[in-house]
Design a binder for this molecule. Structure first.
Ligand SMILES: NC(=O)CC[C@H](N)C(=O)O
Length: 731
């Protein structure tokens, strides 16, 4: 029988690259948000009273009364049914990394058998999925298995279309019976609210009119596209989302001809389709382009409030996977699907905006607003410095471990890039602010700093790709976040550490004011202190270089390359105190989450170990042995017609090499299985994860090295796994 590889290759030549599953509008604004229960739709479908109650809840987090919830549910149902919706679901983001939904129909039967459609306040506000089938870190073991999903009114309901079916999705948080969070959204909302409060307090030093600060996020989603039939012939891609073996292709990304190149026809048709679906759901996608690696692409929306941006990214990842299928493509969101070429990130562009319309990370227009900018800028540096370990933990995953520090991705060392002009500004503050600093000095310094602003504005494009956390003119870009991650993890942490830092900042400034210091001088002095305390984290150079690793070590910055150890930061005393004091996690939630992430690590590495064992034993070794047999037959044949050793030297040499690789692979697969047996017996989850990382994962490299050598040696016709050159260049 022909191998899947060859039937996939045959199939590929018949693919219609322009196939499209959807009708496209020429005017995005015509469809934008058409499947969203938006402010405008709410206004039209709800009574004044219900609308007001919903708005108060969205803006101020006020509780919605049962009577109002009934009215809102009725409005939602009427709107949804007019659009052909038959089912509804509480849509949530459990710690599995994907989204979850359980559909219920509006349809019900009354006692007398009459059929009718219902959807009331109860169904809108709360549902009860079984928490025991989702990662819960032991939370349910001691209590009940029940979990609750509870409506998040701050993220609008939306309609998902699948074929001719339509489902109303209600964004919800997911908590255990005991109220402990089991998802990404609940802690995120708490972190955002902590940031809001802390930032408003600090803003009020400069402007009393500020009553709300909203954190904003603009993510950039990188991904790979591979032909589905080729991907299906790779058990590793199917099971793990990345290639576990594969010889480097002759051509990779060295010609740098893919980046920003003209978009291939098939990828373009896919993009148009997923964009159309996204627009309907109110996801404001704005950019699309070819990324650096062959077959790698990126899309990015306009920034939004963090909670909504996070929901939109989760929705988008789901849409991309589904739409790819329609195009017979596989969309790879894994951070490192292919060794040796760029991985995929999801850079998180983060800032904060006031309800008076000011971006707190945009340099100000006047010396006074400039001081406000500087305050938030320096506080961010201080927050990242003091909790670098926690930020590292927030982006830790087995898949991101392969990406960090390799091929154009930032290293595991957390540092901040500020750009030349802001480095100078920080130096000025550091050298000129002193204990004897008076009002006149302050006024002059403020004006001097303001002079840097025009240069700073010009500096907007001065990016540093090698930095995990880079200032880019009016926001920070957290570049270390991985492409498959839920941004909520990074965002919860970043907003939490910022909230905590701002609270401390206010305490320190207020302390100085109480001692009789003028407000602006107290601010400057505290900023100076923060700059001195955190400047070791500032780094403008090449984050990929070996010198930086050495320099960072000298500065005492951590460089934790693997997830099991990076996760320790979640539960250390300092960070636990941070989460508990800001009310984002209680101790139980924190430990449960830590446990869940360790468990996830073990399971993912375990799956990869099994897959690589299967690939080696069932596919790679048989192909190698078959080819050896052919060579042996050939050698015997040559001998039988009387030819001497010199006529089959090459064959003999190849057989020898193949035999060597075959032996090493076979031996290491066995050893890996034994190591797994030992690790599986461990009961301490952290130790088990460390074992999987340090004792099992290293076998992957050995097996892969020899498997790739075999791929190079063995007859192409006998090799049934699609090769890198096919996966990356054929579409
Ligand atoms: N062009 C780029 O910004 C490359 C980014 C890189 N793909 C990453 O993993 O982050």
């Amino acid at each position: 029988m022909q191998s899947l590889r060859f039937s996939a290759l045959e199939h590929l030549s018949g693919v219609d690259a322009t196939i499209s599953g959807a009708e496209h509008t020429n005017k995005i604004t015509d469809v934008f948000g058409s499947n969203v229960f938006s402010g405008k739709v709410m206004r039209e479908s709800l009574s004044d009273e219900a609308y007001k109650s919903l708005m108060n809840s969205i803006k101020g987090g006020n509780k919605i009364e049962r009577k109002m919830a009934d009215q809102i549910a009725a409005g939602m149902k009427a709107w949804a049914m007019k659009k052909g919706v038959t089912h509804y679901t509480h849509w949530f983001q459990p710690l599995t990394g994907t989204t979850a939904e359980k559909h219920d129909s509006f349809f019900t039967l009354k006692g007398d058998g009459t059929a009718l459609e219902t959807f009331d306040g109860d169904a809108l506000v709360q549902q009860e999925p079984d928490a025991s089938s989702f990662p819960n870190g032991g939370i349910r073991a001691t209590f009940e298995a029940r979990g609750y999903t509870a409506w998040d009114p701050s993220s609008p309901a939306f309609i998902i279309e699948q074929g001719s079916g339509k489902t109303l999705c209600i964004p919800t948080i997911f908590v255990a019976y005991t109220g402990e969070s089991l998802d990404y959204k609940a802690p995120l909302l708490k972190a955002l609210s902590a940031l809001d409060k802390a930032a408003v307090d600090v803003c009020n030093y400069f402007d009393k009119n500020v009553t709300k600060v909203t954190a904003t996020l603009g993510w950039e989603q990188e991904y790979f596209l591979v032909d589905e039939t080729l991907a299906n012939a790779r058990p590793d891609l199917v099971m793990t989302g990345r290639t576990l073996v594969g010889h480097a292709p002759a051509k990779g990304q060295q010609l740098e001809d893919h980046y920003f190149g003209s978009i291939p026809e098939r990828a373009y048709a896919f993009m148009r389709d997923f964009e159309e679906e996204s627009y309907k759901l109110g996801i404001p996608l704005r950019t699309r382009h070819n990324e650096v690696a062959p077959s790698q692409f990126e899309c990015a929306p306009i920034f939004e409030e963090v909670n909504i941006a996070v929901d939109h990214n989760s929705m988008l990842m789901d849409i991309m996977n589904k739409v790819a299928k329609r195009h017979k493509l596989k969309c790879l969101l894994h951070e490192k699907p292919f060794a040796g070429i760029n991985g995929s990130g999801k850079h998180n562009n983060w800032s904060m905006a006031t309800d008076t319309g000011v971006n707190l990370l945009a340099p100000g227009k006047t010396p006074k607003t400039n001081l406000m900018f500087l305050t938030f800028f320096v506080n961010t540096i201080k927050a990242v410095h003091d909790h670098a370990d926690l930020l590292r933990a927030s982006i830790a995953s087995p898949s991101n471990d392969f990406r960090l520090g390799a091929n154009e991705a930032p290293p595991a060392i957390i540092s901040i890039f500020t750009g030349k002009y802001l480095s100078e500004v920080l130096q000025e503050v550091k050298t000129r602010v002193s204990n004897k600093f008076d009002e006149q000095d302050e006024a002059i310094l403020k004006l001097d700093l303001h002079r840097h602003i025009p240069e700073l504005l010009l500096d907007n494009t001065d990016r540093n790709r090698t930095s995990p956390f880079a200032f880019t003119g009016n926001k920070f870009e957290f570049r270390a976040v991985g492409s498959s991650a839920n941004c909520a993890s990074a965002m919860t942490t970043l907003n939490a550490i910022m909230a905590k830092t701002l609270v401390n900042f206010k305490k320190e400034v207020d302390g100085l004011i109480e001692k009789g210091e003028k407000k602006e001088i107290a601010i400057m002095q505290t900023l100076r202190k923060y700059i001195v305390e955190s400047e070791r984290i500032l780094f403008e150079g090449d984050g990929y270089s070996e010198e930086w690793e050495k320099e960072a070590a000298k500065r005492g910055l951590e460089n934790i390359k693997t997830t099991p150890l990076a996760l320790d930061a979640m539960v250390n005393k300092k960070n636990a105190e941070l989460f508990i004091s800001t009310g984002i996690y209680n101790a139980r939630e924190l430990h449960a989450r830590h446990e869940i992430l360790l468990e996830d690590y073990v399971k993912k590495v375990q799956i990869e170990a099994r897959v690589i064992g299967d690939l080696a034993t069932n596919i790679i070794l048989p192909a190698a042995i078959k080819y050896m047999n052919q060579l042996v037959t050939n050698i015997q044949g040559l001998k039988s017609i009387g030819l001497g050793e010199e006529s089959f030297l090459a064959q003999k040499q190849i057989v020898g090499k193949i035999a060597e690789h075959v032996n090493v692979i076979s031996e290491n697969v066995q050893k890996m299985i034994e190591a797994r047996k030992v690790a599986n017996k461990l009961t301490d989850q952290r130790q088990k994860a460390i074992d999987y990382c340090d004792k099992i994962k290293p076998y992957f490299d050995v097996i892969r090295y020899h498997a790739d050598k075999l791929e190079f040696l063995v007859d192409d016709n006998s090799w049934s796994l699609p090769k890198y050159r096919e996966l990356l260049f054929l579409r």
